[in-house]
Design a protein around this ligand. Structure first.
Ligand code: PLP
Length: 340
């Protein structure tokens, strides 16, 4: 029985769901939402803050500032409250209401950017410009910069990948959703020097520019970026699979029908993984996907009928396949292959 005195001390690292009975393919889903920050970002946030403390960058007078579409903001809010720092989260209009309210409940100040950057770079460009302007105006601000901070990927190198390897000594394929690419790069680097080859499949949203496609409309926060992430080194990635947001929503709702309420990234990763498994001879393969968070933060988006119909059409939900036990209908996702 774990007994803790600070919230960041608890994280469930060893919980997996076997999705075979739901989707007809053998895939183990690593659940990262069971901690007080509610997401995998707890690990990146903890490592970035502790590294800044060790280096003397973060002191009692500092004000933490970060650009986040939500989960890192919640994790930093929790750690800032726990350690007694002030924290300003710069987010944008796609941030879920519950996520914003959670950050405020934890004592953080939330600044919401509503307009894209005039010179390009989308909402993210505007968020980063605002963070830079705060740092230029007052040297008490400390920007951890999840997009460039190596402690982001090192968190997953030190914790996430070894935890998966402990449970799955014969792992063949690992599916990882991408935002900053911290999770991807940490796991990919760790498995590169493991005792057996692991195929690393990145799962991204259609409309994300991470792997060089032109940016397009994306409404579900958490996954994807409108620019190429500085942490990404594609030489560690075997394949990138792109998933339509409609498939993300269908998969989330399919999981919910079986009692598993997950966030949009999980719907994306599971949808991308299942379409990959459909296209490959996956018999006998051990495959794992990472679920970064749970579904409560998406009640006013993915799980809200009006929101879904306003964005994807009035008929979209009516076309949802009935939850047939065993399998789900899937359209093939786009795949950017890399020779194995
Ligand atoms: C909801 C969600 N999706 C995806 C990811 C993967 O993000 P990253 O590439 O920044 O590690 C995260 C990371 O924590 C997340 O919270």
């Amino acid at each position: 029985m774990p007994v803790i005195s600070v919230p960041e001390a608890f994280n469930e690292e060893d919980l997996y769901i076997d999705l075979e009975s739901m989707f007809g393919r053998r895939l183990f889903l690593k659940c990262e939402g069971f901690n007080f920050a509610g997401s995998i970002k707890l690990k990146a946030a903890t490592e970035m803050v502790e590294s800044a403390e060790r280096r003397g960058v973060l002191t009692r007078n500092s004000i933490l500032v970060e650009s986040s579409s939500g989960n890192l903001g919640v994790a930093l809010s929790m750690i800032a409250a726990s350690k007694g720092y002030r924290f300003v989260c710069v987010t944008d209009s796609r941030c879920n209401l519950a996520t914003r309210q959670m950050m405020e409940a934890l004592g953080s100040q939330v600044h919401v950017i509503a307009h894209e950057h005039a010179a390009g770079g989308g909402l993210l460009g505007a968020r980063l410009e605002y963070v830079r302007s705060l740092c230029a105006a007052d040297d008490r601000y400390v920007w951890l910069s999840q997009y460039t901070n190596p402690e982001n990927w090192k968190a997953h190198y030190r914790r996430t990948a070894p935890a998966i390897a402990r449970f799955f000594p014969k792992l063949d394929v690992l599916f990882i959703g991408v935002g900053t690419t911290g999770t991807l790069m940490g796991c990919a680097r760790w498995f590169r020097s493991w005792h057996r080859p692991v195929r690393i499949v990145a799962v991204d949203s259609v409309g994300s520019a991470i792997f060089g496609d032109p940016p397009g409309r994306r409404m579900i926060p958490g996954l994807g970026m409108s620019v190429r992430p500085p942490l990404l080194d594609e030489s560690y990635v075997d394949e990138a699979v792109h998933v339509e947001e409609t498939d993300t929503i269908r998969t989330c709702r399919q999981l919910a029908k079986r009692g598993f309420l997950f966030g949009g990234s999980t719907g994306t990763v599971v949808s991308g993984a299942m379409s990959w498994l459909d296209r490959h001879d996956s018999r006998g393969l051990t495959t794992v996907a990472i679920a970064p968070d749970l579904g409560e933060r998406y009640l006013d988006t993915i799980y809200q009928t009006n929101w879904v119909q306003a964005l994807y059409g009035a008929d979209f939900l009516a076309q949802e396949a009935p939850a047939a036990p065993g399998t789900t209908a899937r359209e093939p996702s786009t795949v950017h292959g890399r020779p194995s």
